[in-house]
Design a protein around this ligand. Structure first.
Ligand code: ZN
Ligand code: ZN
Ligand code: FE
Length: 693
């Protein structure tokens, strides 16, 4: 069994040495030891020793060598060991400052409200003062990112607690050795007053409001690379903020920059300085993003600190497969017998630079894990770049339907060997019938699946634009159930969804089926409801409209003391087409929401009722599926289940009905998680199917 260590955040002992003026590694930006430091990101090949890492270029000085060979020291056999005399060096690109001067210059620029690109462990970050409204707004303008929340790096735990509510379980992860970005609830004003009103420290947020506009949560991490600690605290007398924006250093869509050439080409125009260093990054590793659900980690993006640790399962399959994953949030996965090695986050393959990064990283992983795949597994979508990458590899190829792969991913993560009812809810996937799927009830095992049900199909008009502009979906749905231009326009006008001209264009496209596909996308359903309720007409980033809808529903739920007295005539309904297929009647649900909204019902209440009714419909569909198939295990997967309100309502509803519910924990429910499901399909195929063919 091959073990490749993920990168490990700086340990407490190294941190102490870093700030000990008597230590020979005082303020050394690359301090590390046997317990901490870069691993995967500097690795060329196995076995892991200095000769096969990017530390090869830095011969150890006699003092470091002494520690390296002495089992009594903290640096015995620590491959990246180095010091101020022999290690890599930080420098500014395009300026003369190096070492100490480069760090001071960086701190000064950030202090003065500027933006600096900083090379860390797995790539560059763009960094600025997160307490400086002007600096953050400028970064938004430069990055063409009007609203998507920025990740924050806080100086220490105390600062995180000043800004956010942190449970002991979250604190353990926050301060642990993986140092992911944690999505934490921000302290509200009321919460601040209730808790320790006397302590000035906790009474006020210092975070600039444009860090995460309108978002009740904030993504926070603590410094994990020594250089990041030095940005916060140094001996040059500059007073630094205790919160920094730390967003991936890339242009939208492209992979995170990992070397100077990429940084100069892609980041120069986004920042005032670039702080780099000469230790090469072999494999990119974006920051891991983790939410919490029921006080347990709930993975959103599994990358630095976690990848490529394998998932072990109890199956006795034999074989080697490579699964290339999906198109967005791509990760791939290598499956060897019963072990699954998910890659770090690669990114969105719509950008060809990301496609190249995928190919490179696949190659590196295959070498590291010494794998010769017997099959390559990819998505069913013929036009996905991941499918093209898979084809080019030249191995026998298997294609797996997207939502089925989501379900398999959830089954694999939970080491489930029995057939399940899969609830796979997400934005988009290519269906076996050539239409867009996205709100699916599947009967699945490792061999095959059947589509037992879905939400009501609707016409998705306008290609890519419809994925960003929920109002288009709303208009199409309203036209769909009124089946009348005049009636539809009357509603659309009252809801303020679009202009008359725009609606006419939508109607005509619908009538003539121009750029229109049948779709059961659950993500688009959320976008449409968000638009109908006047919460978000469109999204400037993926999930903006749907998460705003979720936040409105959650805010309503929190205020609500007793059960909803009035349901605004919103009923859960299921329509059965036949015994083998059911439709969750989301069309009726949308119609009822439209009517209630027009009658003046509160948008928050309707947002909540939408979540609750949809969850009830899912439960009812699962009951029908249980009756039909005898299965009582349900696997919940797909990006829509990042929505913790829907997840909770669905999970609790199912449990009340006696189902056993499987959900994700350390594998993302979104498309970042499907590769492991594809890999399981491939291994099962090698073990059980291929023999018979
Ligand atoms: Zn250490
Ligand atoms: Zn040294
Ligand atoms: Fe998906």
């Amino acid at each position: 069994e091959i073990f490749v260590s993920p990168d490990i955040a700086i340990c407490d002992e190294c941190k102490e040495e870093l700030y000990d003026p008597k230590n020979r590694r005082y303020l050394h930006p690359f301090i590390n030891c046997t317990c901490c430091g870069p691993r995967l990101t500097i690795l060329d090949a196995l076995p892991y020793d200095r000769e096969r890492t990017s530390m090869k270029e830095f011969p150890m000085c006699p003092d470091c060598a002494k520690e390296y060979y002495d089992p009594e020291t903290r640096r015995y056999d620590a491959q990246p060991v180095c010091c101020n005399d022999c290690g890599p060096e930080v420098y500014l690109i395009g300026r003369s400052e190096r070492g100490r001067d480069a760090i001071t210059y960086t701190r000064q620029v950030i202090h003065d409200g500027g933006i600096v690109a900083i090379k860390g462990i797995g790539g560059f970050h763009l960094c600025c003062d997160a307490t400086n409204e002007e600096a953050v707004s400028r970064l938004r303008t430069l990055k063409c990112r009007p609203a998507k929340p920025f990740a924050i790096m806080a100086k220490d735990e105390t600062v995180v607690k000043r800004e956010c509510i942190v449970t002991p379980e979250q604190e353990a992860i926050l301060t642990g050795h993986q140092k992911p970005i944690l999505l934490l609830d921000r302290r509200s004003k009321e919460h601040r007053k209730e808790n320790q009103p006397q302590s000035e420290n906790i009474s006020e947020t210092r975070l600039a409001s444009s860090v995460g506009p309108g978002n009740p949560k904030i993504g926070v991490m603590l410094p994990y690379a020594p250089v990041q600690l030095l940005i916060f605290q140094y001996d040059d007398g500059i007073e630094m903020p205790d919160l920094l924006v730390m967003t991936s250093g890339n242009t939208s869509g492209a992979p995170i920059c990992r070397d100077d050439e990429e940084a100069v080409a892609e980041l120069s125009h986004l920042c005032d300085a670039i702080l780099s260093h000469d230790r090469k990054i072999r494999i990119r590793a974006d920051d891991t993003v983790m939410d919490f659900y029921k006080n347990e980690p709930y993975m959103i993006r599994r990358s630095r600190g976690y990848a490529p640790l394998p998932f072990m399962t109890s199956v006795d399959w034999k074989g080697q497969v490579l699964a290339v994953g999906g198109e967005l949030k791509n990760t791939f996965c290598i499956g060897v017998d019963s072990r699954f090695y998910p890659s770090p986050y690669v990114g969105d393959l719509e950008d060809l630079r990301t496609v190249k990064a995928l190919q490179e990283t696949i190659h590196r992983f295959r070498t590291l894990l010494e794998v010769e795949p017997q099959v390559v597994v990819c998505d069913l979508h013929p036009k996905y770049n991941s499918t093209v990458v898979a084809e080019k590899l030249g191995y026998p190829m298997l294609q797996v339907q997207h939502h089925y792969a989501h379900v398999l991913s959830c089954m694999t993560e939970n080491d489930c060997q029995e057939p399940v009812i899969g609830v796979s809810f997400d934005g988009t996937g290519y269906g076996t019938d050539g239409t867009i799927w996205g709100g699916e009830i599947l009967l699945a095992d490792y061999q095959d699946f059947t589509r037992f049900g879905s939400i009501t199909p609707f016409l998705q008009i306008g290609g890519d634009a419809s994925a960003k502009e929920g109002w288009r979906i709303a208009v199409s749905m309203i036209y769909g159930f009124t089946k009348d231009r005049e009636k539809a326009w009357e509603i659309i006008e009252k809801l303020g969804l679009c202009s008359e001209q725009e609606s006419k264009v939508q109607f005509t496209m619908a009538d003539r089926k121009i750029n229109a596909v049948m779709s059961t996308s659950a993500g688009r359903l959320f976008d449409a409801v968000s638009a109908i309720l006047g919460i978000r007409r469109q999204s400037s980033f993926e999930g903006e409209a749907s998460t705003a809808l979720q936040f409105a529903a959650e805010a309503f739920e929190q205020k609500q003391t007793s059960d909803l007295s009035e349901r605004h005539n919103i009923r859960q309904e299921l329509i059965f087409e036949s015994e083998e297929h059911c439709i969750l009647n989301t069309e009726a649900l949308v119609q009822q929401i439209v009517e209630a909204k027009l009658q003046g019902a509160d948008s928050g209440a309707l947002a909540y009722l939408f979540h609750r009714t949809l969850a009830e419909q899912i439960v009812a569909a699962c009951k029908a599926a249980r009756e039909h198939s005898g299965r009582a295990k349900v696997a919940l997967s797909g990006g829509v289940f990042q929505n913790r309100l829907l997840l909770r309502l669905t999970e609790e509803g199912l449990e009340q009905e006696g189902f056993e519910v499987l959900r994700h924990h350390m594998i993302p429910p979104n498309d970042g998680g499907i590769a492991i499901g594809q890999a399981a399909y491939g291994l099962y195929y090698l073990q059980n199917v291929k023999k018979e063919i």
